[in-house]
Ligand binder design. Structure first.
Ligand SMILES: [Zn+2]
Length: 173
């Protein structure tokens, strides 16, 4: 009767995972545990402004499941704030997934969490000749043939954009 566990995807872990009401000893406080999935559901919806369909897709779950997780997250956060409880973000069954980008100018590869915008340029050399590299996601972000090649003749980096990027780059120098 073991149900196979399907991993839920999360794009980012919290930088702060513990919130405590000021001036009350810990021993007198109740603790609420927000799971990483609940944190992620909240983040995608309220900070990333994704609709439920997209957010569910990003987390590799169905919409009803997403909706249930989000609801639970909101209730817990409200409970902590309204009733003055400790909020701890911990646990869950999940897998970290991030978007990976590669710069064709300096070959740098870096990762960006889901729910944040697409980077416009390379953080290292400021080139706009960057491309998405797929990591272990559940099938969105299709790449055409040879997507990871050197970018030779890749039509996406056509002259118009390239020049614009260069001009902009110079202005900031
Ligand atoms: Zn670069």
């Amino acid at each position: 009767m073991v149900r196979p566990k399907r991993f839920r995807f999360i794009g980012r872990k919290p930088t702060i995972d513990y919130f405590k009401p000021r001036g009350i000893p810990l021993s007198e406080l109740q603790e609420i545990n927000l799971t990483h999935e609940e944190y992620e559901a909240l983040r995608l919806k309220e900070i990333g402004n994704y609709d439920q369909k997209k957010a569910a897709e990003l987390m590799n779950i169905s919409q009803p499941t997403y909706s249930r997780i989000l609801d639970s997250a909101r209730k817990k956060v409200a409970d902590a704030i309204i009733n003055g409880k400790v909020l701890k973000i911990e646990g869950g069954v999940f897998k970290m997934v991030q978007r990976k980008f590669k710069c064709f100018q300096c070959q740098l590869e870096w990762e960006v969490a889901f729910g944040t915008g697409r980077p416009s340029k390379c953080p290292n050399c400021q080139s706009t000749n960057i491309h998405r590299v797929n990591v272990e996601t559940s099938g969105f972000g299709h790449h055409g043939r040879g997507g990871m090649g050197k970018g030779k003749g890749s039509s996406q980096t056509g002259q118009g954009m390239g020049q614009d990027g260069q001009r902009r780059g110079q202005r900031f120098r």
